[in-house]
Design a protein around this ligand. Sequence first.
Ligand code: PMP
Length: 430
Amino acid sequence: MKKEIKMDFIKEYKKEKIRYEEFKNDPIKLDISRGKPSKKQVDYVASVFKKAEIEFDLYSNRTGIDKQDVGNYGLLPGITELRQLFGELLDLPYENIIIGGNSSLSLMYDILSLNLMFGNMQSKTPWYNLENRKFLCPSPGYDRHFMMTEYFGFELITIPMTPQGPDMDMVESLVKSDPMIKGIWCTPLYSNPDGYVYSDETVERLAKMSTAASDFRIFWDNAYFTHHLVPNKVNKIKNIIKLCEKYNNADRVYQFSSTSKISFPGAGVSLIASSKANIEHIQNNFKYRIICYDKINMFRHAIVFRTKADVDSHMEKLAEFNRPKFNSVLEILDNELAEFKNYLHYTRPEGGYFISLYTMEGCAKRTYQLCKEAGLVITTVGDTYPYGKDAKDSNIRIAPTFPELDELNKSISLLACCIKIAILEKLTDN
Ligand code: PMP
């Protein structure tokens, strides 16, 4: 019996090897390592902005509801119409929101720096003074989060992710006993890379849990809050800022987001939302480093997106660019990997920018190498874990949005072929 199965493996291996050589003879030359919108999507967004700007004549009409010239200094927390819009989108009073520059990641960096240099309201001890400071990293997760806290000298603690969010039993027991744990990274809606949605219970427990560190902070990166993929299905997460308030932990959470994948990646607007006291604390720090952020860009966004309905219909349109790509990737994986379902699994996200595939343990790096040799660059294996180390060598992040459909299909067929070869090599002892 055993011998028979092994013969099948060898037959399958030979078949995939022939296919692989064909891929290599016609190399793909494609990089799908990052979650970037396609050129067609950016072109579409540009056409929307162009139309609105021509109609409005932004440079002649530079005053909004604040009655201040957006082309001049002023308004450190950002223009009120945009704060109100995000307030409506995130179900928060606009006073709890600061609009930043072109990157939410840089706001996260600034807020971490603020805590490292000056501490926060709950403890005046700067985190930088604490040599063995630690940060919780639900994994797999976003590599740039992990890199940032590693760079700032935190010990990174891996917390396993589940389809409901981080393993909360582990989170609660760690934060309860260790005052050196100062924070946790969370991407609560359509997590990067799994596309998981934090359950109501998870959000509630994060808001409620008792922490040994009085100055503990949740870095709530709500990057994909409006990036739904399934028609007429809007997944929602609980409002953590309101829940923290309810449980007398009002200052526990900093929420971040941006329009990087609503308008222009690298040229949108970002935001931070938090308790009133935190917002004041942040402004009192920001005033030493900036007079105001780019209000012309904010105004440009406020002209295009006047109401929540404008954002919703725009995002439905953007979903039309990405939905066929996600569907196509899943269809190819379903067809190609049906025989391999005992050795791997992958997520079927309802939003966000990624699909996460868990191949047989010990096979992800080999898959990456095979793809690379045939001209396809996927996310570096390990990047989705603290210190770039996936202990199981299993997670592969698939970012389907950047290439057009024909290129994407070819590259996912190649990826599937490489996954099969790597698994078969292992099963047949090479
Ligand atoms: N957070 C997450 C979870 C991301 O996937 C990304 C990348 N798109 C970012 C933040 C970066 O956002 P920004 O462009 O606003 O810096």
